[in-house]
Design a protein around this ligand. Structure first.
Ligand SMILES: CC(=O)Nc1ccn([C@@H]2O[C@H](CO)[C@@H](O)[C@H]2O)c(=O)n1
Length: 106
């Protein structure tokens, strides 16, 4: 069985070049395990981008997000990250910070 983690297509280049090394998801999209290798696919059309390895999964609150999390998301400021998260998950407080690395192209 192959599983897929979906990302917005606009992030593809940042993921493939290793600039974006983490994502923040809600509980429904947190059921991965450390060491797991899976496909990263586009949210828009389900196209495979690459394979990623899950490096860590950390539960955290929106209020706990800091500059390190923003950097891993290739974003300059925490407030930008919080703004993006609020657009995707308007009311969720309990989040998961998931770090990954690209293991192969497609
Ligand atoms: C498509 C889908 O199902 N879900 C999501 C949810 C989040 N994200 C990105 O992760 C970061 C938030 O931590 C931001 O950079 C988001 O743009 C994503 O690409 N896809």
């Amino acid at each position: 069985m192959s599983s897929c983690m979906t990302f917005f297509q606009r992030l593809e280049c940042q993921i493939l070049t290793g600039k974006k090394t983490a994502t923040i998801r809600d509980k429904s999209d947190s059921h991965y395990s450390v060491g797991q290798i899976l496909d990263a696919c586009t949210h828009e059309d389900g196209r495979k981008m690459c394979q990623i390895e899950i490096l860590s999964i950390e539960s955290l609150k929106l209020s706990e997000l800091n500059r390190t999390h923003a950097k891993a998301e290739n974003l300059p400021f925490v407030f930008v990250l919080k703004w993006i998260i609020r657009k995707i998950y308007p009311t969720e407080q309990d989040l998961f910070f998931i770090q990954f690395r690209v293991v192969s192209g497609c």
